[in-house]
Design a binder for this molecule. Structure first.
Ligand SMILES: NC(=O)c1ccc[n+]([C@@H]2O[C@H](COP(=O)([O-])OP(=O)(O)OC[C@H]3O[C@@H](n4cnc5c(N)ncnc54)[C@H](O)[C@@H]3O)[C@@H](O)[C@H]2O)c1
Ligand SMILES: CC(C)[C@H](C(=O)O)[C@@H](O)C(=O)O
Ligand SMILES: [Mg+2]
Length: 353
């Protein structure tokens, strides 16, 4: 098959890990006789530097007409001035909103050989296989008003946590559908003891659950969920939650998997091609050194093949090659090893069937 894939390398380690994933996709393309056409566009800090805009119109249009989009990361200290009127992260949020990708799937699997790499180092990590379904285009990130003003002679800052029933319904429904292909358990994470938006979330989740009598639903408060994630991670199958809770819990979940560099994600809505990115950021502390772990981005490329191009066998081939490389001891520095980004990528490519 032929597919047009837009690349958004972005900032920091973004270009390093995207280039790694492209090499893997090219190798898969050769093995299976597919033609992946890659076109690169600007986003984030590097887009601000070149155009003054973190999401140039040209980038958004290209992403809308692509079969899929693969993104590295945006942001970094260079653009962190709190008084700046444009920020790299606005580019990413604008892209997610502009593509309407409300469903962000963040699978978390612990490779048995990496239990040692996690600070938890315990059998409780054995067999952990969960997926966080993070609502991505609503909640605190996008609610209005979002502003600064002056009240009683001092500055005030306002963010708004807002959800409509429809926004909750579509993401919770997706979580239930996913649970049917897995262990049939949904943990809906909220803060219903405090937040009105969470009370609505719970009501809607209960309503959706009636359509899935074969799936178990539990409600978990987000603070308890954070605790359970490190103490009894095997108790989770599908976690569904609002935008910011999902952001925070998945960084925590990355600790189970051994490193921030391990986790992939897919952002979907069924309309545009889908946006694929590792869950980590631009890692300014290691950028430019060639030591970033490319696995989160490579596994995001596998998700791209699965969800946007329907290439299940090819997706599995990548996942298997990653598993095998790890089993056989391939480790970047974050996992306690010494392989460079390029060497790790090569180790994975060599193990593709
Ligand atoms: N999707 C995105 O584009 C995205 C996501 C998160 C953060 N950010 C941005 O990235 C910048 C840096 O944020 P941060 O430092 O808080 O988070 P970060 O995820 O960039 O880094 C946190 C820690 O994890 C390590 N790490 C992350 N990815 C790694 C990889 N692939 N291999 C090895 N180690 C890795 C880093 O070295 C760092 O020690 C900020 O500007 C933030 O806004 C962007
Ligand atoms: C960079 C930031 C806007 C982003 C988010 O919060 O969604 C990141 O942390 C992520 O997890 O993708
Ligand atoms: Mg995050």
């Amino acid at each position: 098959m032929k597919a047009n894939i837009v690349l958004l390398p972005g900032d920091g380690i973004g270009p390093e890990v995207v280039s790694a994933a492209v090499q893997v996709l090219e190798a898969v393309g050769q093995h299976y006789d597919h033609k992946f056409v890659f076109t690169e566009y600007l986003i984030g800090g590097s887009a601000i530097d070149k155009t003054g805009n973190p999401l140039p119109e040209e980038t958004l249009q290209a992403c809308r007409s692509a079969d899929a989009v693969l993104l590295g990361a945006v942001g970094g200290p260079k653009w962190d001035d709190p008084r700046a009127s444009v920020r790299p992260e606005q580019g990413l949020l604008g892209l997610r909103k502009g593509l309407g990708v409300f469903a962000n799937l963040r699978p978390v699997r612990v490779h048995p050989a990496l239990i040692e790499a996690s600070p938890i180092k315990s059998d409780r990590l054995l067999g952990v296989d969960l997926i966080v379904v993070r609502e991505l285009t609503g909640g605190l990130y996008f609610g209005q008003p979002k502003k600064r003003d002056w009240v009683d002679g001092q500055q005030r800052a306002v963010d708004t946590l807002e959800y409509t029933e429809n926004e909750i319904e579509r993401i919770v429904d997706l979580a239930f559908r996913l649970a049917r292909q897995r262990r049939r358990k949904v943990s809906s994470v909220d803060k219903a003891n405090v937040l009105e938006s969470s009370r609505l979330w719970r009501e809607v989740a209960n309503r959706v659950a009636q359509r899935y009598p074969d799936v178990t639903l539990e409600h978990v408060l987000v603070d308890t969920a954070a605790m359970r994630l490190v103490s009894v991670p095997q108790s989770f199958d599908v976690i569904v939650t609002e935008n910011m809770f999902g952001d925070i819990l998945t960084d925590e979940a990355a600790v189970l998997a051994g490193s921030m560099g391990m986790l992939p994600s897919a952002s979907l809505n069924g309309q545009y091609g889908g946006l694929y990115e590792p869950i980590h950021g631009s890692a300014p502390d290691i950028a430019g050194q060639g030591i970033a772990n490319p696995i989160g981005t490579i596994l995001s490329a596998a998700m791209l093949l699965r969800y946007s191009l329907g290439l299940e066998q090819e997706a599995r081939a990548i996942e298997k090659a990653v598993d095998q490389a790890i089993t056989e001891g391939a480790r970047t520095r974050d996992l306690g090893g010494s392989l460079t980004t390029t060497a790790m990528t090569q180790a994975i490519i060599e193990r593709l069937d």
